[in-house]
Write a protein that binds this ligand. Sequence first.
Ligand code: NAP
Length: 470
Amino acid sequence: MNLTSYVAGKPVISDKMLEVKSPYDNRVVGTVTLANATHTAEAIEAGLKGGKKLNRYDRFSILDKARQLLVERKEIFAQTISAESGLAIREARYETGRAHDVLFFAAMEALKDDGQIFSCDISPQGKARKIFTTREAVSLAVCITPFNHPLNQVAHKLAPALAVGVPVILKPSEKTPLSAILLTELLYEAGLPHYMLSTLLGPTAEVAEALVKDPRVDIVSFTGSVPVGKKIAATAGYKKVILELGGNDPVIIMEDADMDTAVYLAAEGSFRNSGQRCTAVKRILVHEKIAAEFTRKFIEKAKEYTCGDPADPETKVGTVIDEGAAIYLESVVNKSVEQGAKVVLGGKRKGALMEPTVIVDVPRSADMVVHESFGPLAPILTFKDIDDAIALSNSTAYGLSSGIVTNNMNYALRFIKELKVGTVNINEVPGYRIESSPFGGIKDSGLGIKEGVIEAMKCFTFVKTFSLPW
Ligand code: NAP
C-alpha cells in the first residue's frame, strides 16, 4: 500500500519515503511520502484560507457518509491496523467498530444546538433581558496522535473537530500512519472540502514541532506519552492545549468481589490490545485475604490469551509496537525480579511478541508499579484494607482511570470519591467507556480536560455570549 501525506487534499510529492513494517515479521506493509517544512506552511495557510463554510447538515452528511464508507471497508481498515501495529486481527476489527461509533455519534452531535439561555430577571439585581450562548469554531486545529489504536485515536480527534467545522492538520504516529491516511482519503471521498484536512508525516522539527509552535494554530490536541505531552505544553505558547497522556491504571479487587468477574476483568484489562491501551490494567491490586485464590485462577485465565501471529483470528495477543518495546518490557520484568518479584507466567519475548506475563510479590517501588509499562504485563500486588488500597492506587504520578471489583456499595462510593483519577468504573475494566462519554485523566495523565466526542467538540470551539432585551 503506497500512500502519501496530504496538504489540503493534494498528495505530497517527494522522494522522501517512510517505510512501515509489520512488527510481527518485519515485512514492508506500506510506504508514505513525507512532508517537509514547506508542506507544513502550506497546510497552515490552506486551513486558514478556508473555503465553502459547512452548515450543520453538511457536517452531519459528511460524517454520516464517512461512517457508511467505513462500514463498507471495515475489513480493509482492520487488516491495515493489524498489519502496521501488530495488533491481533480480532482487536483490529473491534477497533474499526469503535471508530464507526465515533463517526456515528459525531454526526448526530453535529445536528444538536449547543447554546444555553439565561433569564436575567431572577434576583433583585436582575432585569428584563436574556443572555444566550453559542459556540463558534476555532480557526485551525492541530491534532497529534499515538501509535496505539491507530484508527480510533485519529477518529477521536477528526470527527469532533469536523462536527463543529474546524479545519484540522493531523500528524499521526510515524509507527502507524496507514490507517490514518486511509481515513483521511475516506473523509475526502465522503465530501469533506479539502481545506478542512491535511495529514502530514515528516521530520518532527519540520512538521510536529513547527505546528505546535505556530502562533496561527488555535489549538493543539495531543494524545501520547507524558514526556512529549509536557514538551508540547512547554513550547506551544498562547493557545489551547489538550493533553491526553499516559496511564498506570489499577484494577482493585476487594475481598467481597465475585471471583470470576475479578479474574475476567483483570485479564481483559491487562492483555487486550497487547496491554497497549492508555487505560490498560497496569497494576492488579488484590485484597490479601483473597490474593492466593485470585492468583491461582488468574494464572489459569491468562493462559487463554494466546500470543502469536496477529493475522490469525485465533490469536488473542499480537505483538507490541516493535521489538524495541518488547525488549524494554522484558527488561522491566527482569528488573522487578531483581527487586524480589516472581514471574509465574510468561516473561519472555520473541521479536516484538511479548508473552502475557503474570508477576507476583512485586515491591511497591518496582518500576512496573511506579511507571507506565505499555504491554501485556500483569503485576499483582496485595493490600490489607480499603485505606491501603486507596493509598496504593493514588501513589503513582498518573491519574487516568481505574476499575473496582466489589459488591459493597460503601466501598464503591469511597473509591469514587477518593481515587485521584479521571474515571472510576465499578465492576468494569478501567478502559470501559462509550465513544461519546467524557474521558480523560488528571495529574500526569492530563490536565483534567475531557475528550470523548461531546467534550472534544467543546474543546474545538469557544463560547460566545450575547444578550438581548426581553
Ligand atoms: P509518543 O511517543 O508521545 O508519540 C505521540 C505522537 O507525538 C506521535 O505522533 C509522535 O510522532 C508525536 N511526537 C513525537 N515527538 C514530538 C514532539 N517533539 N512534538 C510534537 N509531537 C511529537 O506516544 P506513543 O508512544 O505513540 O503512544 C503511547 C503513549 O500514548 C502511551 O503513554 C499511552 O498511555 C498514551 N496514550 C494516552 C491516551 C489517553 O487518552 N490518555 C490514549 C492513547 C495513548 P512520531 O510518531 O513521528 O514520533
